[in-house]
Design a protein around this ligand. Structure first.
Ligand code: CA
Length: 227
Protein backbone atom coordinates (compact mmCIF):
# COMPACT_ATOMS: atom_id res chain seq x y z
CA UNK A 1 0.00 0.00 0.00
CA UNK A 2 1.34 3.40 -0.92
CA UNK A 3 0.17 6.57 0.80
CA UNK A 4 0.49 10.20 -0.19
CA UNK A 5 3.87 11.68 0.79
CA UNK A 6 4.21 12.62 4.42
CA UNK A 7 0.66 11.70 5.46
CA UNK A 8 1.73 8.80 7.68
CA UNK A 9 3.78 11.16 9.87
CA UNK A 10 7.41 12.01 10.40
CA UNK A 11 10.16 9.48 11.03
CA UNK A 12 13.66 10.54 12.04
CA UNK A 13 16.45 8.19 10.96
CA UNK A 14 19.79 8.57 12.76
CA UNK A 15 22.26 6.41 10.85
CA UNK A 16 25.79 7.19 9.65
CA UNK A 17 25.92 4.51 6.94
CA UNK A 18 24.56 6.35 3.88
CA UNK A 19 23.51 3.19 2.05
CA UNK A 20 21.38 1.99 4.98
CA UNK A 21 19.97 5.48 5.59
CA UNK A 22 19.07 5.76 1.92
CA UNK A 23 17.32 2.38 1.92
CA UNK A 24 15.33 3.14 5.06
CA UNK A 25 14.42 6.55 3.68
CA UNK A 26 13.27 5.11 0.36
CA UNK A 27 11.04 2.42 1.86
CA UNK A 28 9.48 4.59 4.52
CA UNK A 29 8.77 7.41 2.07
CA UNK A 30 7.06 4.87 -0.14
CA UNK A 31 4.80 4.07 2.82
CA UNK A 32 3.83 7.72 3.15
CA UNK A 33 6.21 8.74 5.94
CA UNK A 34 8.09 12.00 5.88
CA UNK A 35 11.68 10.96 6.53
CA UNK A 36 14.31 13.22 8.08
CA UNK A 37 17.87 11.96 8.27
CA UNK A 38 20.85 12.65 10.50
CA UNK A 39 24.24 10.93 10.46
CA UNK A 40 25.29 11.71 14.03
CA UNK A 41 23.63 11.84 17.43
CA UNK A 42 23.68 15.57 18.12
CA UNK A 43 22.18 16.45 14.75
CA UNK A 44 19.61 13.70 15.24
CA UNK A 45 18.58 15.01 18.67
CA UNK A 46 18.22 18.53 17.27
CA UNK A 47 15.85 17.26 14.59
CA UNK A 48 13.91 15.12 17.08
CA UNK A 49 13.41 18.03 19.51
CA UNK A 50 12.32 20.32 16.71
CA UNK A 51 10.12 17.99 14.67
CA UNK A 52 8.53 15.74 17.32
CA UNK A 53 8.48 12.68 15.02
CA UNK A 54 6.14 9.68 15.41
CA UNK A 55 9.05 7.22 15.34
CA UNK A 56 12.84 7.39 15.69
CA UNK A 57 15.06 4.84 13.97
CA UNK A 58 18.40 4.85 15.69
CA UNK A 59 21.69 3.21 14.78
CA UNK A 60 23.74 2.09 17.81
CA UNK A 61 27.20 2.87 16.43
CA UNK A 62 27.32 6.56 15.56
CA UNK A 63 30.27 8.91 15.04
CA UNK A 64 30.80 11.90 17.31
CA UNK A 65 30.25 12.36 21.01
CA UNK A 66 26.96 10.42 21.31
CA UNK A 67 26.30 6.82 20.33
CA UNK A 68 22.80 5.42 19.88
CA UNK A 69 22.45 4.57 23.57
CA UNK A 70 23.24 8.16 24.57
CA UNK A 71 20.79 9.49 22.01
CA UNK A 72 18.06 7.17 23.29
CA UNK A 73 18.64 8.26 26.89
CA UNK A 74 18.48 11.91 25.86
CA UNK A 75 15.22 11.30 23.95
CA UNK A 76 13.70 9.49 26.93
CA UNK A 77 14.47 12.43 29.21
CA UNK A 78 11.53 14.26 27.68
CA UNK A 79 9.66 12.11 25.19
CA UNK A 80 7.82 8.79 24.77
CA UNK A 81 8.37 8.70 21.01
CA UNK A 82 8.87 5.07 19.92
CA UNK A 83 12.53 4.23 19.30
CA UNK A 84 13.55 1.39 17.01
CA UNK A 85 17.23 0.48 17.24
CA UNK A 86 19.37 -0.76 14.38
CA UNK A 87 22.05 -3.06 15.73
CA UNK A 88 25.06 -4.54 13.98
CA UNK A 89 26.44 -6.99 16.52
CA UNK A 90 25.30 -9.37 19.22
CA UNK A 91 26.81 -7.31 22.02
CA UNK A 92 24.80 -4.30 20.80
CA UNK A 93 21.58 -6.31 20.94
CA UNK A 94 22.45 -7.40 24.46
CA UNK A 95 22.93 -3.82 25.54
CA UNK A 96 19.77 -2.58 23.82
CA UNK A 97 17.77 -5.28 25.59
CA UNK A 98 19.71 -5.21 28.82
CA UNK A 99 19.96 -1.50 29.51
CA UNK A 100 16.84 0.24 30.60
CA UNK A 101 16.92 2.55 27.62
CA UNK A 102 13.24 2.48 26.85
CA UNK A 103 13.77 1.18 23.31
CA UNK A 104 10.58 -0.10 21.71
CA UNK A 105 12.10 -2.59 19.30
CA UNK A 106 15.28 -3.39 17.40
CA UNK A 107 16.35 -4.76 14.04
CA UNK A 108 19.61 -6.57 13.35
CA UNK A 109 21.64 -5.58 10.31
CA UNK A 110 21.34 -6.70 7.61
CA UNK A 111 17.55 -6.44 7.66
CA UNK A 112 15.02 -6.48 4.88
CA UNK A 113 13.27 -3.17 4.15
CA UNK A 114 9.93 -4.98 4.34
CA UNK A 115 10.70 -6.09 7.85
CA UNK A 116 11.64 -2.55 8.79
CA UNK A 117 8.34 -1.22 7.48
CA UNK A 118 6.45 -3.94 9.35
CA UNK A 119 8.28 -3.12 12.60
CA UNK A 120 7.60 0.60 12.26
CA UNK A 121 3.89 -0.11 11.77
CA UNK A 122 3.82 -2.52 14.70
CA UNK A 123 5.54 -0.03 17.00
CA UNK A 124 3.03 2.65 16.00
CA UNK A 125 0.08 0.32 16.59
CA UNK A 126 1.37 -0.56 20.05
CA UNK A 127 2.17 2.95 21.12
CA UNK A 128 -0.62 4.96 19.48
CA UNK A 129 -3.67 3.13 20.76
CA UNK A 130 -3.71 3.49 24.54
CA UNK A 131 -1.84 6.78 24.59
CA UNK A 132 -4.66 8.61 22.82
CA UNK A 133 -7.14 7.62 25.50
CA UNK A 134 -4.75 8.44 28.35
CA UNK A 135 -3.86 11.78 26.87
CA UNK A 136 -7.30 13.15 27.71
CA UNK A 137 -6.55 13.41 31.37
CA UNK A 138 -3.81 14.88 33.49
CA UNK A 139 -3.96 14.61 37.26
CA UNK A 140 -7.47 15.63 38.40
CA UNK A 141 -8.22 17.28 35.06
CA UNK A 142 -10.35 15.44 32.52
CA UNK A 143 -11.03 16.66 29.01
CA UNK A 144 -13.93 15.58 26.81
CA UNK A 145 -12.91 16.76 23.33
CA UNK A 146 -16.26 15.83 21.74
CA UNK A 147 -18.26 17.95 24.21
CA UNK A 148 -15.41 20.43 24.74
CA UNK A 149 -15.85 20.08 28.46
CA UNK A 150 -13.23 20.22 31.17
CA UNK A 151 -13.73 18.77 34.63
CA UNK A 152 -11.48 19.29 37.60
CA UNK A 153 -12.01 16.56 40.21
CA UNK A 154 -15.35 15.87 38.49
CA UNK A 155 -16.49 19.52 38.54
CA UNK A 156 -17.26 21.25 35.28
CA UNK A 157 -14.95 24.22 34.70
CA UNK A 158 -15.74 26.97 32.19
CA UNK A 159 -12.97 27.73 29.74
CA UNK A 160 -12.95 29.98 26.70
CA UNK A 161 -12.44 28.39 23.27
CA UNK A 162 -8.81 29.51 23.17
CA UNK A 163 -8.12 28.27 26.68
CA UNK A 164 -9.74 24.93 25.88
CA UNK A 165 -7.69 24.46 22.70
CA UNK A 166 -4.48 25.36 24.49
CA UNK A 167 -5.18 22.99 27.39
CA UNK A 168 -6.19 20.14 25.06
CA UNK A 169 -2.98 20.57 23.06
CA UNK A 170 -0.87 20.57 26.22
CA UNK A 171 -2.61 17.48 27.58
CA UNK A 172 -2.13 15.64 24.27
CA UNK A 173 1.58 16.44 24.50
CA UNK A 174 2.02 16.00 28.23
CA UNK A 175 5.55 15.23 29.32
CA UNK A 176 7.03 17.15 26.39
CA UNK A 177 8.64 20.54 26.59
CA UNK A 178 6.72 22.84 24.26
CA UNK A 179 7.94 26.22 23.12
CA UNK A 180 5.51 29.14 22.93
CA UNK A 181 5.62 28.91 19.15
CA UNK A 182 4.76 25.19 19.23
CA UNK A 183 1.85 25.91 21.56
CA UNK A 184 0.68 28.76 19.38
CA UNK A 185 0.74 26.66 16.20
CA UNK A 186 -0.42 23.44 17.83
CA UNK A 187 -3.36 24.89 19.75
CA UNK A 188 -4.65 27.55 17.41
CA UNK A 189 -3.15 26.69 14.01
CA UNK A 190 -0.13 28.02 12.15
CA UNK A 191 -2.17 30.69 10.40
CA UNK A 192 -3.47 32.20 13.63
CA UNK A 193 -2.00 35.66 14.08
CA UNK A 194 -0.72 36.13 17.54
CA UNK A 195 2.24 37.02 19.56
CA UNK A 196 4.03 34.43 21.69
CA UNK A 197 2.99 36.47 24.72
CA UNK A 198 -0.60 35.52 23.90
CA UNK A 199 0.36 32.04 25.05
CA UNK A 200 1.58 33.40 28.39
CA UNK A 201 -1.68 35.31 28.86
CA UNK A 202 -3.80 32.20 28.24
CA UNK A 203 -1.52 30.05 30.38
CA UNK A 204 -2.01 32.53 33.22
CA UNK A 205 -5.79 32.24 32.77
CA UNK A 206 -5.61 28.44 32.80
CA UNK A 207 -3.52 28.53 35.98
CA UNK A 208 -6.05 30.84 37.58
CA UNK A 209 -9.05 28.68 36.62
CA UNK A 210 -7.54 25.26 37.20
CA UNK A 211 -5.37 26.14 40.20
CA UNK A 212 -2.92 23.60 41.60
CA UNK A 213 -4.65 20.81 39.63
CA UNK A 214 -2.71 22.00 36.58
CA UNK A 215 0.77 20.43 36.85
CA UNK A 216 2.36 22.90 34.45
CA UNK A 217 5.97 24.00 34.76
CA UNK A 218 7.46 27.07 33.14
CA UNK A 219 10.91 26.45 31.69
CA UNK A 220 12.56 29.84 31.63
CA UNK A 221 13.59 30.86 28.13
CA UNK A 222 12.18 27.64 26.65
CA UNK A 223 8.46 27.21 27.17
CA UNK A 224 6.14 25.00 29.16
CA UNK A 225 5.79 21.40 30.16
CA UNK A 226 2.73 19.63 31.49
CA UNK A 227 3.75 16.60 33.50
CA1 CA B 1 26.85 3.01 12.36
Amino acid sequence: MTSAPGTAGTVVVVEDDPSIAELVDLYLRREGYRVLRASDGDTGLGIIYRERPRVVILDVGLPGSKDGYDVCRAIRADSDVPVLFLTARDDEIDRVLGLELGADDYLTKPFSPRELVARVRAVLRRTDGPKQAQSLAVGDIEIDPARREVRVSGELTELTTREFDLLAHMVENQGLVLTRQQLLNGAWGADWCGDERTVDVHVAQLRKKLGPSLPLSTLRGVGYRLA
